[in-house]
Ligand binder design. Structure first.
Ligand code: G3I
Length: 349
């Protein structure tokens, strides 16, 4: 191991720091992050932090449509299986992410190039084949390591509307009909897998949260096999949450009998702003979010969408903010790490 990496390991999280997963497990909480396969396989410091602190990981991109079915009917699980094997070996659970999503970055070329032409019947056939094949694969390969899946992601638009202009929306006129069908395919492929709906911007009262509640109530009424709700929680100074309202909203979803996972938490800060005040603002955001989860018994996982600023999706399309995670570019814990550790020590109050 290069000297600097070894040195930063020593400074990263002092030996006295109890593993976050140990503190979390005493409150029946899983804690983890989205991970990328390349750093997982090439960066010992990245891997060491995960194995020390996390009880759950989410493949940031390795389980998406474009990664798993790069050609029609030809599945490539090699990268995904390496990630699952790493998790299994270290007793870490895996959140599958995601099957039904409209984002162009998740579509393979063979879908994108005909996106406007696929008929409703073809779209249904494509999606059913993908859902059944992927869930079946991880049922056999994952041996329980892949314990839940974001079956569907971000069906609701920012004004609370059903995203009608997507390939998958051609399958059904409304989100309840669409999701009922897709969740039944997933349940049939693996009765033991916990099936989640995942979205952003539903953490606080508002049009989108109301639409999410209506969608979930519709699914419960239809007896759709849904087990949980993933709340992404992508926050920043632009989307600054009131955590008392977040807690209230979490309780509304929990009232539907759903397990709740915080699935993609991050708090982005302005590029170039290294002030103590801003790092404390970020730490307070992390503390507020994990405390809101700890206060609601149904909230069983707290997952961030990365854990080190060195490996970050914010670098993909610079937007003036980023550095959203627990560790800085050198792998040194930021105030946010200590805020999470302290909140976990305080537990479910
Ligand atoms: O793997 C290809 C590579 O071969 C190619 O050279 C490169 C340049 O085109 O693209 C690479 O794929 C990119 C992939 O990230 C891996 O880096 C895709 O183009 C890019 O669209 C993809 O972005 C991801 C995005 O979802 C879309 O899938 C981000 O990393 C990822 O952080 C982001 O995560 C989403 C969640 O899934 C859902 N919630 C929001 C969250 C943040 O946007």
């Amino acid at each position: 191991m290069p000297f600097l990496a070894a040195l930063s390991l020593l400074t990263a999280t002092p030996a006295s720091a109890a593993p976050l997963k140990t503190l979390a497990s005493s409150h029946q909480l899983l804690i983890g992050s989205a991970v990328r396969t390349d750093p997982l396989e090439q960066d010992a410091e990245y891997r060491a932090f995960i194995t020390k602190h996390f009880s759950v990981i989410t493949p940031e991109n390795a389980f998406k449509f474009e990664a798993l079915q790069p050609e029609r009917g030809k599945f490539d699980f090699a990268e995904a299986d390496r990630l699952v094997e790493f998790a299994r070996k270290h007793g870490i659970k895996v959140r599958g992410h995601t099957l039904l999503w409209h984002h162009p970055g998740a579509f393979p070329a063979w879908i994108k190039e005909r996106e406007k032409e696929w008929t409703p019947a073809e779209a249904k056939e494509l999606l059913e084949a993908h859902v059944r094949a992927v869930i079946t694969h991880f049922r056999k390969q994952g041996k329980g390591t892949v314990f839940c899946f974001d079956v569907a992601n971000e069906l609701i638009g920012d004004q609370g509307e059903y995203r009608k202009d997507t390939l998958w929306a051609r399958i059904a006129p409304d989100p309840v009909t669409l999701l009922d069908q897709v969740f039944r395919w997933a349940r049939a492929a693996d009765p033991s897998l916990k099936l989640f709906y995942n979205d952003y911007g539903i953490e606080m009262p508002g049009k989108k949260a109301d639409a999410a509640l209506r969608l979930l109530e519709g699914l419960k009424k239809k007896k759709t096999p849904i087990d949980g709700l993933g709340l992404q929680m992508h926050f920043s100074r632009r989307f600054r949450p009131d955590y008392a309202k977040v807690e209230t909203q979490l309780r509304k979803y929990a009232g539907l009998g759903l397990t709740l996972h915080v699935t993609e938490f991050d708090y982005a800060i302005p590029d170039g702003d290294d002030s103590a005040e801003t790092l404390k603002e970020q730490a307070d955001a992390y503390a507020g979010a994990i405390r809101a989860c700890l206060k609601v018994k149904a909230c069983k996982a707290f997952v961030t969408w990365g854990f080190t600023d060195r490996v970050s999706y914010f670098k993909q399309d610079p937007s003036g903010e980023g550095r959203a995670f627990l560790l800085d570019e050198k792998g040194v814990p930021k105030p946010a790490f200590h805020a999470v550790e302290s909140a976990l020590r305080q537990g479910r109050r």
